[in-house]
Write a protein that binds this ligand. Structure first.
Ligand code: SF4
Length: 259
């Protein structure tokens, strides 16, 4: 079942909404210059370290790695896991993340000899599925590596993305990572630069405005149709209770309007 509210491309409506959101965010916040890193390899390490923590903590961990001069493929491959865990301690879950980094390094050297260019020459589909097979690398981390370190045209979905789409009635609450990603990739230009910028702008929007308690009145998207409640697509009545909503591919209907 496709859980996005408008699964087929509709050039007159959905792309306009996404593109309108993108343009508005770019006008408001300006370019975000992502990913903040000096090297592609640093992007990969940062993408693994940023799981379940804020970027400030990741920066401290990266700084420790730089001070010890281990933020290089062969040095990170060689360093004992326990020592690595101590260096990345500020990023939280340091024992788990040290193992994840080592898992990635094993994969990186086994498959590509520790060579980023070789890794980059792999096709997007093959590389994505290989990355997802590495223990500790989920879809968001894999896609961040693909987009920000390897310039592959793939959209990164995070919790902010889903929250904003939901609040603007562009996705179903049960839509999963891949359905949301497919939605962006079908309705927004497949362009590395724009995917890069759009994800970064969404993170900025989520941090500044679309928080758990949204700040809609000040938000740059406040005039782009949004709703913090589910509404019947036909009679537009608010449907706060789950049992009041009948869900179809096109969205929600109330019990009266279901036919
Ligand atoms: S804060 Fe309100 S207007 Fe802004 S993105 Fe979130 S739901 Fe939309």
């Amino acid at each position: 079942m496709n859980l996005l509210l408008n699964p087929t491309p509709m050039p007159q409506t959905i792309p306009t909404t996404l593109e309108k959101i993108y343009r508005r965010l770019l006008e408001t916040f300006g370019p975000q210059h992502w990913w903040p890193a000096q090297t592609k390899f640093e992007v990969i390490v940062g993408a693994i370290l940023t799981q379940n923590t804020n970027w400030g903590n990741v920066e401290k961990a990266l700084e420790n790695l730089k001070k010890q001069k281990v933020l290089f493929p062969w040095r990170l491959y060689d360093i004992p896991t326990e020592k690595l865990a101590q260096l990345i301690r500020p990023a939280g879950y340091f024992n788990v993340k040290a193992k994840r980094l080592k898992n990635f390094m094993e994969f990186f050297f086994k498959e590509y000899g520790g060579n980023l260019k070789k890794m980059q020459s792999e096709s997007l589909e093959v590389l994505r599925s290989k990355l997802l097979s590495v223990n500790g690398i989920g879809p968001e981390t894999a896609d961040s590596i693909l987009l920000y370190a390897l310039d592959k045209p793939v959209f990164v979905v995070d919790a902010y993305t889903k929250r904003i789409l939901l609040r603007h009635n562009l996705a179903h609450p049960d839509a999963d990572y891949h359905e949301i990603q497919e939605y962006f990739m079908r309705h927004f230009p497949m362009d590395v630069k724009q995917f890069n910028e759009f994800h970064a702008l969404i993170v900025r929007l989520g941090k500044d405005y679309c928080r758990t308690k949204p700040r809609c009145e000040q938000c740059p998207l406040k005039d782009i149709a949004y709703s913090l409640t589910y509404k019947c697509r036909r009679c537009h009545r608010a449907l706060p209770l789950k049992k009041e909503r009948i869900s179809f591919q096109e969205g929600y209907f109330c019990l009266n309007c279901q036919r």
